[in-house]
Design a protein around this ligand. Sequence first.
Ligand code: ZN
Length: 73
Amino acid sequence: MTSINQYCPRSGKPVQSDSLTQYRGVTVGFCNRGCRDDFAANIEQRPSDRQYFDVLIKEQDIAADALPQDVTS
Ligand SMILES: [Zn+2]
């Protein structure tokens, strides 16, 4: 399993293979399990993390679901 991002959206540190989760049907990664667990438990409250992944998903055209792209913040 490989994440779409190479670096943690929060720290900029390399993604760790034990710190992956699913977002919009793709695998995303974090620098540690603390980051990952916090995001996974609070996806709705982490718009900056979501935006980071949304950009990558859009660039790579790999979204597996049909969540609205234009989430007003
Ligand atoms: Zn992190």
